[in-house]
Ligand binder design. Structure first.
Ligand SMILES: Cc1cc2nc3c(=O)[nH]c(=O)nc-3n(C[C@H](O)[C@H](O)[C@H](O)COP(=O)(O)OP(=O)(O)OC[C@H]3O[C@@H](n4cnc5c(N)ncnc54)[C@H](O)[C@@H]3O)c2cc1C
Length: 368
């Protein structure tokens, strides 16, 4: 301190230290706010279509709440889903992810800006590993202590040559991250504005962003981005979004804010509504019953063949996780793999393998 003023650490007074963030455990999702009675609001909007006037959500029955959720899933009139607004905080998502996130115009966003937020805690923790490097081990190679910052890089000439290609990729990755870390830190401390120094940072540097959307936009977004076509990080984020929705304590929220809800609502536990909403997140093909990514610029997909075969038979997605065999013990399908489709001479499917959610949810290579 001098003459009562704090010493200016960085060149721009708008710059601040970004709160520590670790990419280690993947993205985190916090549902900050959501309505107390989402399915009640959806039901009230639907009842208007039939001339039934709801003046208090307490008059909506649980049966109506469940039924109208199902009905909206069967119609193009998706407006009732706009009655439900969510406010999420996403943390530990990469900059590449947020660049894709904000393309969705149905939501609002507030992101920590690297123009002003200075990353002081180094990049090794902040930069997320891509799926092809997750799980690659350097144990016993001499590079592990270097990665942890506990030793210098091995100097022995052919130490690198003895690594597998995957291990070489991982070493190259860390070498680049450590180089950027040193250049970024030194530049900011020598007086370069963060908005200039951030140009050095990698796409996978993690960040935090508020994501405010209604249920209609959220389901639309989930449908597109849970598709195998989208980058794998989306599937991690939507899994966490589903978890945050499933575990949301609307009762606590209503008590804290007391948002004008009636005693009736306060007396009832409506957490089941959030469990029902969490079941809705799935790829678009599950909602429409067919693949929606068939242009020549779309990518391959490991489940498309079976999705299309199910579509040919108008078989609803609720059955897709079990196989379909037209004739039991059909010799035509003997020996085919569980992920196969067999068609007859008229091109009609006679066997469709089961689609397991893990195939589209957990496989980063499902579109290759
Ligand atoms: C798998 C995948 C791969 C992608 N790859 C690329 C890529 O390589 N390059 C790239 O640039 N982008 C890419 N995108 C982003 C994509 O092009 C869209 O910008 C993004 O998905 C949001 O578009 P949207 O139409 O779904 O939603 P929004 O643009 O948010 O629109 C939502 C809905 O609002 C309506 N709407 C909004 N604005 C208008 C308007 N002005 N006029 C009429 N209707 C409107 C439409 O009904 C629309 O369905 C990709 C997206 C996905 C899912």
């Amino acid at each position: 301190m001098s003459d009562g003023k704090e010493v200016q650490r960085w060149v721009d007074p708008a710059m601040f230290a970004s709160e520590k963030l670790s990419a280690d455990n993947g993205p985190k999702v916090y549902l900050l706010q959501a309505p107390a009675d989402p399915l009640g609001a959806i039901a009230a909007a639907c009842k208007m279509y039939k001339g039934e006037v709801v003046r208090d959500l307490a008059t909506v029955t649980d049966g109506e709440r469940r039924d109208y959720l199902e009905q909206v899933l069967k119609t193009r009139l998706q407006m009732p889903f706009e009655t439900v607004q969510f406010h999420f905080l996403l943390e530990g998502v990469t900059r590449s992810f947020t660049h894709q996130l904000v393309r969705q115009r149905t939501a609002a966003y507030a992101q920590e800006s690297l123009r002003f937020a200075v990353i002081e805690d180094g990049l090794s923790d902040r930069v997320a590993l891509p799926p092809s490097l997750v799980g690659v081990s350097l144990r016993g190679t001499g590079y592990e202590p270097w990665v942890r910052g506990e030793a210098a890089m091995p100097l022995e000439l052919d130490a690198f040559g003895r690594l597998t290609d995957e291990q070489k990729n991982l070493v190259d990755w860390y070498l680049a991250v450590k180089t950027v870390e040193a250049a970024y830190g030194s530049s900011v401390n020598r007086g370069m504005p963060a908005e200039d120094a951030r140009g050095l940072l990698p796409h996978n540097v993690t960040t935090r962003v508020h994501y405010i959307t209604n249920l209609r936009g959220l389901l639309d977004h989930a449908g597109n981005r849970l598709c195998t076509q989208a980058q794998f990080e989306w599937r991690l984020v939507f899994s966490r979004i589903a978890e945050a929705v499933r575990g949301y304590d609307a009762y606590k929220d209503a008590m804290v804010g007391f948002n004008g809800y009636s005693d009736h609502w306060i007396e009832n536990d409506y957490s089941w509504q959030y469990e029902a909403l969490a079941e809705l997140f799935r790829p678009i093909c599950y909602a429409t019953g067919k693949c929606e990514f068939k242009a020549d610029f779309d990518r391959a997909c490991s489940i498309r063949n079976r999705v299309q075969a199910n579509a040919d038979l108008n078989r609803p997605s609720s059955y897709w996780d079990s196989e379909w065999d037209e004739v039991e013990d059909n010799p035509v399908v003997a020996g085919v793999g569980p992920q196969s489709v067999v068609r007859d001479e008229r091109n009609r499917p006679v066997f469709i393998g089961a689609i397991k959610p893990a195939e589209w949810l957990l496989d980063p290579g499902a579109a290759r």
